[in-house]
Design a protein around this ligand. Structure first.
Ligand code: FE
Length: 285
């Protein structure tokens, strides 16, 4: 057996309020900087009560990051300063590169009374903070599903498994983002690129993410794998397990972060908020 990564940290998501009053769970964020580099934040907005999310995320700016919205149920309706509008439906993903700046709104809506999804923030390297904004939007039926072994089902949003590549491509740093479901007691191994940060967020069932320990992690638990070792080894518990898995190359850049804008210096932050106030935030294209 090749050397497996230990779990460096495992901790529960925290309840918080974002946007215009959306109650959500933050898997990790500002408080964990820079542990998950190049990832900044993961929010879990699965919710039962519409009053927890209908206020949504009205018009706000982003600069310097990418936001990845992945829906399991319901939809997020969005509109933005590029004149683009639409919705991310259940099973689909929107990978938005804010780059030099975008102003948008994101409004979760129930479908058949259900709504649930996740938003991952990926930092942009200093050299790419101010690139032109763009989107990659992929409906659920265009996200490939692979089953490299019995009892394993992987939806590949970004990255490659078993020579199948996810539809989200040409992202700076080539991060991986997978939605992995394991049947009861099924083991799973996945190779991690050298020096990449690897993490998981459990969204159902339970499983053992570090075979040196007899600890089962369940829904709403964030897992950060250690640097040492080249593989993650996971064994599902008796009810199976489902988790989001992501990995990426750390940027090791200085981080200056306020709200929806993440730059490298305080001066760049001041400039961004100044421009937003003056109405000069968006770059001419
Ligand atoms: Fe946003």
């Amino acid at each position: 057996m090749p050397p497996a990564k230990a779990v460096a940290k495992a901790f529960p998501a925290r309840e918080t309020i974002e946007g215009a009053g959306v109650r959500l769970h933050r898997a990790f964020g500002y408080d964990q900087l820079p542990l998950f580099d190049p990832f900044l934040m993961l929010d879990d907005f699965r919710a039962e009560r519409p009053s927890d999310y209908l206020a949504g995320f009205p018009w706000h700016p982003h600069r310097g990051i990418e936001t990845v919205t992945y829906m399991l149920e319901g939809r997020v309706e969005h509109g933005d300063s590029l004149g683009h509008s639409g919705s991310v439906e259940a099973g689909g993903v929107q990978w938005m590169t804010a780059g030099s700046g975008i102003i948008h709104q994101e409004m979760p809506k129930p479908v058949d009374g259900r709504m649930g999804g996740f938003q991952l923030w990926v930092n942009l390297p200093r050299s790419h903070k101010m690139i032109d904004p763009r989107y990659q939007e992929v409906p659920g039926d265009e996200i490939p599903v692979v089953s490299p072994q019995r009892g394993v089902r992987i939806r590949i949003i970004s990255g490659t498994v078993d020579e199948v590549s996810g539809p989200v491509q040409d992202i700076v740093g080539y991060p991986e983002f997978l939605d992995v479901t394991l049947g009861p007691d099924v083991p799973f191994s996945h190779e991690v690129k050298a020096e990449h940060t690897a993490a998981a967020y459990v969204i159902g069932g339970s499983g053992n993410f570090d075979l040196r320990q007899e600890r089962e992690l369940s829904n709403l638990t964030t897992v950060l794998f250690a640097q040492e070792g080249r593989w993650v080894h996971i064994i599902a518990g008796s009810r199976g397990v489902r988790f989001l898995y992501f990995s990426g190359k750390p940027l090791r850049d200085p981080v200056a972060w306020r709200g929806p804008i993440v730059m490298n210096t305080e001066e760049e932050l001041r400039q961004a908020f100044d421009e937003y106030r003056k109405g000069t935030f968006l770059r001419k294209r």
